[in-house]
Write a protein that binds this ligand. Structure first.
Ligand SMILES: [Fe+2]
Length: 369
């Protein structure tokens, strides 16, 4: 059996894990730029926990709290300029996917400013500042990946990755996720589920990825039953912790295997139609399962046997958590989207033949007028 798995992140979880492990921060340097969004890190208590921890070990810091949803290249450059001028030795991302992905870009751009094209080409040979990541949502898994998804100056969500972009350490205290809304909890859980399923059915997967993917999926199916039924999603701490850990398993699985067509085809729904990332990917999950039953039948059988479920129950659970997506596309609009599915890396990694033609016909099937 051939395997190659590399995910060098120290993962620390549990109640008050930031305060209990403040020494981890001083090991990264004496000065740090905190990269976060406007409100959520303050509201959930993560920002003050981090500030207290940094102060307790004598690390100086500044706060950049201008990270928006789907962070832009320009925002990352602005934060990188601050990191450079203050002499930051490491970058602390606090938040969900947007701040964490931005933190990775900032860590790189602070050391080596470059234009967006060069950034996304991955053709740079720079050792970024080290990154610490504090997760405040249960979905992205960005805490444990070397991938950053940033919006290009043209308005497209694009990713870059490098082994040097793995956070040195990540902290997951599920207390920060307790007050997340029902809607947000569902969409982020669906994102994590997509990570697990897309990593499982992937040409580049291996047994380690699949082990994480299956464990993550099992937890998510259990939790999605609860989130589908509870009006306001008042989940217990234990359930929030399970959800958070499942998001880490999904992150670890995609950190090596990568994603497949649900992610590749979901980006435009966030860019052009404001659909939350998790929902934008999950709208394809049912089709992705059907596709793999056809193109990788043995793997699909093993997947469902291991989970003790079937495709109907799986799809029904996804649908119960997925709000109606009211997007309609004309033939011309679909043609305009088509070039991005030409020789697309995530499509190429699907079993069978998921090419531009396939993507166009799937868009017609789901969104065609
Ligand atoms: Fe995702």
């Amino acid at each position: 059996m051939e395997m190659n798995f590399f995910a060098p992140v120290r993962i620390i979880t549990g109640k008050e894990c930031v305060a209990k492990n403040a020494a981890e921060f001083s090991a990264l340097g004496k000065k740090c730029l905190i990269v976060t969004g406007k409100n959520s890190a303050r509201k959930c208590g993560a920002l003050s926990d981090v500030q207290n921890a940094l102060e307790s070990v004598g690390v100086a810091y500044e706060i950049f709290d201008g990270v928006e949803q789907n962070p832009s290249y320009k925002t990352c450059m602005d934060a990188a300029n601050i990191a450079r001028s203050m002499g930051a030795e490491f970058v602390m991302g606090i938040g969900g996917g947007s701040p964490l992905d931005a933190a990775k870009a900032v860590a790189l751009l602070a050391v080596c400013p470059m234009d967006a094209e060069t950034l996304f080409s991955g053709k740079w040979d720079t050792q970024p500042l080290r990154v610490a990541a504090v997760g405040t949502t249960a979905g992205t898994g960005s805490e444990v990946t070397s991938v950053s998804v940033i919006t290009s100056p043209e308005g497209l969500k694009k990713s870059f990755r490098a082994p040097s972009l793995y956070p040195a350490v990540c902290f997951g205290d599920a207390s920060y996720t307790l007050s997340l809304s029902a809607q947000f909890t569902r969409s982020t859980a669906l994102d994590a589920l997509c990570h697990c399923v897309e990593a499982y059915f992937n040409r580049t997967t291996n047994d380690i990825c699949r082990t994480f993917a299956l464990r993550g999926t099992a937890i998510l199916l259990e939790m999605l039953k609860k989130t589908a039924e509870c009006e306001n999603c008042v989940l217990s701490f234990d359930d929030r912790e399970k959800l958070y850990c499942a998001s880490l398993y999904g992150g670890l699985a995609i950190s090596v295997a990568g994603t497949a067509f649900p992610h590749a085809m979901g980006y435009f729904l966030s860019e052009n139609h404001g659909i939350p990332h998790g929902n934008a990917c999950a709208v394809y999950l049912g089709e992705f399962i059907e596709y793999n039953i056809k193109n990788a039948p043995e793997d699909a059988k093993e997947f469902f046997d291991s989970l003790g479920t079937d495709k109907e129950s799986f799809a029904s659970l996804v649908n119960k958590n997925l709000p109606q997506i009211n997007v309609k596309l004309t033939g011309m609009e679909i043609e305009k989207l088509a070039p991005r599915f030409e020789n697309n890396k995530s499509l190429n990694k699907c079993y069978g033949k998921a090419d531009r033609e396939f993507a166009v016909s799937l868009l017609e099937k789901i969104f065609g007028v």
